[in-house]
Write a protein that binds this ligand. Structure first.
Ligand code: ZN
Length: 454
């Protein structure tokens, strides 16, 4: 076979299939050969994987380009950072109060001129008009996932410049979406009315210490809303994707429902697997939902192990350290993290907790591709799929500094952590875009991924 390139001496991690020793052949932008011999095939270029593992390119399902800094800048810097971490596709959230008709083409063009990896868009829903337009956004623009920010109401919504989402509108949206095959609602599930009440008491005590933040949003404020949202999803027979789930209690709610109603999908973020309330020495770790306890960390790892958590995304914002100044109440919310998703899964998951590499490939790539209609173009290693591949050196240990992550964000919650297991080569549609931490990908190489409801 006439191949453009060949990756030989590879341990190929194929989700749901296992690990094969062999070679991968690439022709054009696609995978053209998967062979269990070590690669005596003719190819213009040969990449020796030297016995390292080859994963399907990481799909990061949860980033916010344009929220921590400017959208046009983020498409450049944050896709480079993503490539550093073995990410080959990002799905970014975009939200405004006006309808999206005029802006989607612009975002697509902006991304295609700047991004070095492939990208897609989730849209935030914040009005009746948005809900009405969901079928159009799916048909015309190929957007099949819509986010509902239930934790931003009243003053909190105003501060974010956002219209409010109510339970009533959320219910209407579920009724709309349930008949659209392949379309999925994504929910930020926290009960903000409970949080307001608790926060008021904490503010009255005059607390400004960093742990006052998690104390104002206790675990039941998440699990209560997860229970409510799943109740409505099951009632309307609509699938539901829970973003950044952070607690053992909420995971138990999801698990309970998913036993009888399988259209439940759960995402968590690395920070909820690795950090706790007690590690909040400063404002850096201000995120919503907040970081919890070690018991929660371990329960979420267990969720990854047993399959009740389907995806891991980072909720990435390219924030600056400066935005974290002031009291915990004044500091901005959010952290960067796309480039460390896979390294943390390998270091903390595989090495420390024995989570299998196949499972890591599922939560880091395959499941997002399935849930968000990118499969089998993305999310697996199979003949005809895009040649999006991440070669990982499982034994490579590096001490994290934000500089090496190539993000515009000038901090990482893993700063100074020793992390074992790093991507050493990132390939998008057959082209090497990251080698040993160096970005070779060019602005404008990335393509917008239209997702079709099917
Ligand atoms: Zn988010």
């Amino acid at each position: 076979m006439d191949l453009d390139s060949l990756i030989k001496n590879a341990k190929i991690v194929i989700p749901k299939n296992g690990i094969i020793n062999g070679a991968i052949g690439i022709k054009g932008e696609k995978i053209a050969l998967i062979s269990s011999d070590h690669g005596f095939h003719g190819a213009d270029e040969v990449i020796d994987a030297k016995g390292n593992y080859v994963f399907p390119g990481v799909i990061e399902p949860h980033v916010h380009f344009g929220l921590g800094s400017k959208l046009d800048q983020d498409f450049i810097t944050e896709t480079r950072s993503a490539a550093t971490g073995g990410v080959t596709t990002v799905i970014t959230y975009y939200r405004q109060n006006d309808p999206y008709d005029d802006i989607l083409g612009e975002i697509k063009t902006m991304g295609e001129e700047r991004s070095c990896i492939d990208f897609s868009i989730h849209l935030g829903i914040s009005s009746e008009e948005h809900i009405h337009n969901i079928p159009k956004y799916a048909d015309e623009f190929g957007v099949t996932s819509f986010k509902f920010l239930m934790a931003y109401k009243g003053e909190d919504a105003k501060k974010m410049g956002s219209a409010e989402m109510t339970d009533g509108l959320f219910y209407d949206a579920l009724l709309k979406i349930k008949d659209l095959k392949g379309v999925i609602p994504c929910i930020h599930a926290e009960n903000i009315e409970l949080i307001w009440n608790i926060r008021k008491k904490i503010l009255d005590q005059g607390r400004t210490d960093p742990p006052a933040w998690p104390d104002s949003r206790p675990d039941f404020t998440e699990s209560e809303y997860v229970r409510r949202a799943l109740f409505l999803a099951e009632l309307t027979d609509c699938p539901l994707y829970i973003v950044h789930l952070s607690t053992k209690k909420a995971l138990e709610e999801a698990r309970k429902v998913s036993k009888r109603y399988p259209k439940v999908y759960v995402e968590t973020c690395p920070v909820y697997l690795t950090h706790t309330r007690d590690s909040m020495k400063d404002n850096i770790l201000k995120v919503a939902p907040p970081v919890r306890s070690q018991e929660d960390n371990e329960a979420l790892w267990e969720g990854i192990r047993d399959g009740s958590i389907q995806t891991v995304g980072s909720d990435h914002l390219a924030l600056k350290r400066k935005s974290k100044e002031g009291t915990i109440w004044e500091a901005s919310m959010g952290i960067s993290g796309t480039s460390t998703v896979l390294p943390i899964l390998l270091s903390e998951g595989y090495h420390k907790r024995g989570i299998s590499l196949e499972r890591i490939a599922e939560v880091a790539s395959y499941n997002s591709a399935k849930i968000f209609n990118l499969y089998p173009q993305k999310g697996t290693i199979s003949i005809g799929s895009d040649a999006d591949l991440t070669i990982v050196d499982l034994e490579k240990e590096k001490r994290v500094s934000h500089e090496m992550l190539n993000s515009a964000s000038d901090f990482s919650v893993y700063e100074d952590w020793w992390v074992k297991g790093w991507p050493i080569l990132t390939i998008v549609r057959g082209s090497v875009i990251m080698k040993e931490g160096e970005i070779l990908g060019k602005e404008g190489f990335g393509k917008y991924l239209r997702r079709d409801a099917k």
